[in-house]
Design a protein around this ligand. Structure first.
Ligand SMILES: Nc1nc2c(ncn2[C@@H]2O[C@H](COP(=O)(O)OP(=O)(O)OP(=O)(O)O)[C@@H](O)[C@H]2O)c(=O)[nH]1
Length: 590
């Protein structure tokens, strides 16, 4: 069984894989009945000590399960990685990447210093030893080849795979440094090693061969000239497929049974989860979300609580709340709506502070779930066994490329067949960045190696590839800044038209990536995309480290779009599907 990170539940492909999370929650299994009752935030406010004790037991059980799993997993991990890799086409893809990388990029990252020959020789031995059927035929040859190669390969041994891993764009150099190093044993090179050796051997034979007769030499020169001519004559070359070299598993921290764990466990339990379903990634994410909203919470919530908790609101209190909400970039429209609802309720009955806060939470949740009063399916997941195309748009620097990398990682973990189209052709480095993310998440990237190529052409090629290989999720990177608004709109509209035409029956979503730290300014910039890209949702990034977490409410109120994902960090694990419940709990956590 695979945990579907988009649906936040276990997927069982053999049964109905499209079951909605909400359905699961509304029909608790027998096992679920033993956990603390599922509570609305209002009910949580009146929780008895007994319920608190239940949550504690629930958290302890979840903690023990995670610990048990951690003891088992280290052994399983390398095998999982090894089976994920398409090994046969590695050398070509890696060489192409190196050949095309701008020189300065290639030198950004120190080349891996590991001696190649002993590693390859070992690998060959392992490969032949493991395969008793081919051993009699291959073993003597590979042994000879290994011996022969080891005489001269220290400088000539192809280094492409390592260099391809070490070629990130300058802008991503710091991210790469933070990423865990790719352990050599996680790169499954066994079959590749044999091929590489054979090629190298042939090359060495040809260089040592006797000089060619003049007529053969002339013919060889002619062929070489022809090749050179062809190379310079063709501007738009075939789409390039960057094959992932290895999936980087982000190291998860040791988990402590602390206050953050208890809070996360309570949030998960309240959503109907069982202790045996809880993973370290989810706890880590919730802790990060709460931590990410820390600044907003500190500047907004404590004062808000103090005011709301005083009882029926008077005019002064309303003004104070208004100022606080505007400060947190909640925006005028959303602030008015919150205050109207609060006043109405508090005029009807004087709620004790806890209940007033619980009521405030329910107002915020309702706003987030129903932009402009319209209901959206809370689950936003690619449909299995169908082509889903997600167009990722937004201004430069909002976090589009990072989001694509993180989404690709979620898709890989949830066992979707995923592909990335590098259609931000406006900036050459953008293509290189997205390739690096493709490598990190283990997802192939379709790009066009030419300069200033047409993004619609890249998307066209990528859809063709996706259709022929049964891709379930195609993520399309797009440019965020063109010379003017009209260019941007024209380009996005053209890309959208191509998608509609070539993949008419695909599930198409258009997501706007918004930088939360920009607050209201970011929203103004976003309006151009509303017109051009037929947006269906928002990804809110950089929620960590901003006191403007309230922007989430402004987004739904002003753009009328649901938030689908939130990012709270630069790491590959720092993006999750948006849950209004979790967001509001983190925002107003005690
Ligand atoms: N702190 C934090 N940084 C983020 C987050 N998401 C992205 N970033 C950082 O924001 C910067 C810009 O991200 P990109 O993904 O390159 O943005 P982009 O929209 O693709 O920008 P262009 O490639 O210039 O179009 C990078 O340094 C990212 O690491 C986030 O959730 N939190």
């Amino acid at each position: 069984m695979v945990f579907n990170w988009f649906r936040r539940q276990f997927d069982d492909r053999s049964e109905n894989s499209q079951v909605d999370q909400t359905e699961t929650i509304s029909e608790p299994s027998e096992a679920e009945q033993s956990k603390p009752e599922q509570s609305e935030p209002e009910a949580a406010a009146t929780a008895t000590e007994e319920v608190a004790e239940d949550y504690l037991n629930w958290a302890k059980a979840a903690y023990q399960n995670i610990q048990k799993r951690q003891q088992v997993e280290p052994e399983a991990a390398p095998e999982e990685l090894a089976t994920e890799e398409p090994a046969t086409e590695e050398p070509a893809a890696a060489e192409e990447l190196v050949a095309e990388a701008p020189e300065e990029l290639a030198t950004e990252e120190p080349v891996a210093e590991e001696p190649k020959v002993p590693e390859v020789a070992e690998t060959v031995e392992e490969a032949t030893a493991e395969d008793p059927i081919v051993e009699p035929a291959i073993a003597p040859t590979t042994a000879e080849v290994t011996a022969e190669v080891s005489e001269f390969t220290p400088t000539e041994q192809p280094e492409a795979p390592e260099e391809a891993i070490a070629e990130p764009a300058a802008a991503l150099a710091s991210e790469e440094a933070e990423a865990p190093a790719i352990a050599p044993e996680t790169i499954p090179v066994e079959p590749l090693a044999v091929e590489t050796l054979e090629v190298t051997t042939k090359a060495s034979e040809s260089t040592e061969a006797a000089p060619l007769p003049f007529w053969a030499q002339a013919e060889a020169d002619r062929q070489a000239r022809l090749e050179r001519l062809k190379a310079t004559a063709i501007e738009e070359s075939e789409p390039e497929v960057a094959h992932p070299t290895a999936t980087v598993q982000e190291a998860l921290p040791e988990i402590a049974f602390d206050e953050g764990f208890l809070w996360s466990a309570e949030v998960l339990a309240a959503q109907g989860r069982r202790p045996d379903q809880i993973s370290i990634e989810e706890i880590t994410w919730l802790k990060r979300l709460r931590q990410g909203l820390d600044k907003t919470r500190r500047s907004l919530v404590n004062q808000l609580k103090a005011i709301v908790g005083q009882g029926p609101l008077n005019q002064d209190a309303v003004e104070e709340i208004e100022a606080l909400l505007l400060q947190a970039d909640v925006g005028v429209a959303a602030t008015d709506r919150i205050i109207d609802s609060l006043q109405k309720k508090l005029r009807e009955e004087a709620l004790p502070p806890d209940q007033a806060i619980a009521y405030l939470k329910s107002i915020l949740r309702d706003m987030l779930d129903r932009p402009l009063g319209q209901s959206y399916n809370p689950t936003f997941a690619p449909e299995k066994d169908a082509l889903n195309i997600w167009l990722i748009t937004g201004v430069n620097g909002a976090g589009k490329t990072t989001t694509i990398g993180k989404l690709a990682h979620l898709a890989q973990k949830s066992e979707y067949n995923c592909l990335i189209a590098a259609a931000d052709t406006f900036r050459a480095a953008a293509v290189e960045q997205v390739k690096v993310w493709g490598q990190r998440s283990g997802v192939e990237v379709i790009s066009n190696p030419g300069q200033n190529t047409d993004p619609a052409a890249v998307v066209f090629d990528a859809i063709g590839s996706a259709q022929s290989r049964g891709t379930e999720l195609l993520l399309v990177d797009t440019a965020g800044r063109l010379q003017n608004k009209k260019n941007l709109m024209d380009e996005l509209s053209k890309v959208r038209r191509i998608i509609d035409k070539k993949a008419g029956d695909a599930k198409i979503e258009s997501l706007l990536v918004l930088d939360a730290t920009l607050g209201q300014n970011g929203l103004r910039q976003a309006e151009v995309f509303l017109e051009a890209a037929q947006l269906s949702g928002v990804v809110l990034t950089k929620l960590d480290g901003t006191a403007k977490g309230g922007i989430a409410l402004a987004v739904v109120q002003q753009l009328g779009l649901p938030i689908r994902f939130i990012g709270a960090g630069e790491g590959i694990e720092d993006l999750r599907p948006f849950s209004s419940y979790e967001f509001v709990e983190a925002l107003l956590a005690g």
